[in-house]
Ligand binder design. Sequence first.
Ligand SMILES: C[S@@+](CC[C@H](N)C(=O)[O-])C[C@H]1O[C@@H](n2cnc3c(N)ncnc32)[C@H](O)[C@@H]1O
Length: 203
Amino acid sequence: MHLFDRFKVYLYHRNRIKTWSGNLTKIQGWSSEHAQQVRFDVIRGAADFNGKHVVDLGCGYGELFDFLSERDQLAKYTGVDQQRQFLKSAKQRLSDKLDICRFVRADLSKFTHDNVDIVVACGSLNYKSRDSEYLTSMVAHMYNMAGEAVIFNLLDSATFPKQNLVTGYNKQGVYLYCKTLCESVELIDGYADDDFTIVMRKS
Ligand SMILES: C[S@@+](CC[C@H](N)C(=O)[O-])C[C@H]1O[C@@H](n2cnc3c(N)ncnc32)[C@H](O)[C@@H]1O
């Protein structure tokens, strides 16, 4: 992602850290805790995370790890984000889990790792980019990294109003693009007014 676009994302969250002191949900840009949890629930339902290495691109405070761990025992969790404060706080909260959890400060569009089973991006691909191919190159990037599955959600352009920082996508268009890379693609919607999830499974 272009440095200026990343900087805009950084400033957005930095301002929210000040405005929404201690409210992790709001700081990460969610409208409510329900909005975040319903997305986590769809992700958890899309794969078996037991014994898997999960890479969470744009992990925020790494709360997806806690959510998945309620049901499954992950072999490894790598959370990637550019916001230093999020990672510091995640490491503190999960200080007794750092044998499994690793947090990396990086641009998610550049980050790659070997031996990854499942790549997840929850709420992190909606930020506007000056690169018109940002989303398609991110999907290809995630698909190359994952050994088993890629799961990501996006705002739905049919219902999400135009905004400065984030943007919606045409769900059929995204689905068709994913089909050019992967035979098994699932589009999940109906869990929120303005969001959909794509699951790409490798055979
Ligand atoms: C809406 S928050 C979602 C956080 C978390 N995935 C969740 O579901 O609660 C999106 C996160 O993506 C991160 N992010 C967006 N673009 C990024 C980039 N290019 N590199 C690293 N992190 C990025 C932001 O810093 C933010 O923490």
